[in-house]
Design a protein around this ligand. Structure first.
Ligand code: MRU
Length: 360
């Protein structure tokens, strides 16, 4: 599984080859790969990676021996592998990957799809592996199509000359390649609309300044970074026309979890009468929970707050409050832009009413 190591951006563009499920899990935990849709894709491929030994002649690095955790080195005899071996491997890979990050529901949707694929009928282990490989690639391809559809649906909301504030990174890095919030901005830019984008730096891990600015510059879109605490003054200066962000999990009433600091922007939009848009695929919706109170919020390490790039910025032993996400109540969301259309003033019945919703 090849990823760009997002922790090194924008200083270095280094590709990282992940060879094991544990490697994929570490990459998700440490945010080498991050963003709700992207961690779902990494997990789907991570499950597939756990099956590499079983993929038979399709695998160019097919080994003569393989390592069994219980029994050590065993000869690799593809014909002796059973469907049950595959299902057990999928289960154990899934549980490792599901333990990485709790908030983005895309991770659990992707793992759930791989687990269901693993339960399908197959003539033998090899065919089951093929079904699982097809599923992982399908998740990736579908997600990319979905991002283009979100951009199609969101772009009409963006007017020529708009000044847009975004938070964290919801671009190609965070997704299957085009982006959600940044995909809408990119599409409007491609259509010739002149845009000014403001990117919150997004403390503590600076996804805004490191990643969003990097992506927008590559796309030739005008961007200005600001400290998160400068957002209110930007609104007060009448310099923001709209906010657009991504999401990590949307409850069935429209409450939306996204990167910590998103709620600040929603409150500012309400105060200054500006639209607050969320762009997200249906794989980010969690119809299993009724409100945002039920969204598990990841608490991250103290060190992320009390140091920057390894340099202490607080005295030793300082305590820190470091939730990775906050929840914006649906009442503050002007609209959610999905692949199936725009849900204005989201609520339970509108979310349930989206045509074609699949409870994945
Ligand atoms: O902790 P991160 O960097 O994974 O958080 C990512 C975000 O909050 C994004 O805004 C969200 O996942 C949407 S990505 C399309």
């Amino acid at each position: 599984v090849r990823i760009i190591d997002q922790t090194l951006l924008p200083v270095e563009e280094r590709m990282l080859d992940l060879a094991t499920v544990d490697g994929v899990a570490e990459a998700i935990r440490s945010l080498r790969v991050r963003g709700a849709p992207a961690i779902g894709l990494a997990a789907a491929y991570g499950v597939l990676l756990s099956l590499e030994l079983y993929l038979g002649s399709a695998c160019p690095r097919r080994p003569e021996y393989f390592f069994d955790r219980e029994e050590g080195m065993k000869p690799f005899e593809p014909d002796s592998i059973t469907i049950n071996d595959i299902r057990q491997t999928v289960q154990s890979a899934s549980s490792v990957l599901a333990g990485t990050r709790p908030t983005a529901v895309n991770l659990f949707h992707a793992i759930g799809r791989m687990e269901s694929a693993g339960k399908r009928d197959a003539a033998d282990a090899r065919e089951l592996c093929r079904l699982l490989a097809d599923e992982a690639f399908a998740i990736h391809e579908e997600e990319l199509e979905v991002e283009y559809a979100i951009a199609d649906n969101g772009s009409p909301l963006i007017e020529d000359g708009m000044r847009i504030l975004t938070h964290c990174n919801a671009g190609g890095l965070a997704t299957a390649g085009y982006g959600t919030a940044l995909g809408v901005i990119a599409r409007a830019h491609e259509e010739g609309k002149r845009l000014t984008v403001f990117a919150d730096e997004t403390r503590p891990l600076l996804q805004g300044s490191r990643l969003t600015v990097w992506e927008l510059k590559k796309r030739g879109i005008d961007v200005t970074v600001l400290c998160d605490n400068a957002a209110a003054s930007l609104f007060a200066a009448s310099a923001v026309d709209a906010v657009i962000v991504g999401a990590d999990r949307i409850a069935s009433n429209g409450d939306t979890a996204n990167k910590i600091g998103t709620l600040n922007l929603a409150i500012l939009c309400e105060k200054f009468g500006k639209p607050f848009y969320v762009a997200a695929p249906l794989s980010t919706f969690d119809y299993g929970i009724t409100s945002g109170e039920r969204i598990p919020i990841e608490e991250r390490a103290v060190g992320e707050v009390v140091s920057i790039a390894g340099h202490p910025v607080a005295p030793p032993e300082t305590k820190a409050y470091n939730p990775a996400f906050d929840v914006t109540p649906a009442s503050l969301v002007t609209a959610i832009i999905t692949e199936l259309g725009v849900i204005e003033r989201p609520d339970c019945s509108k979310l349930l009413g989206i045509k074609g919703v699949k409870h994945r």
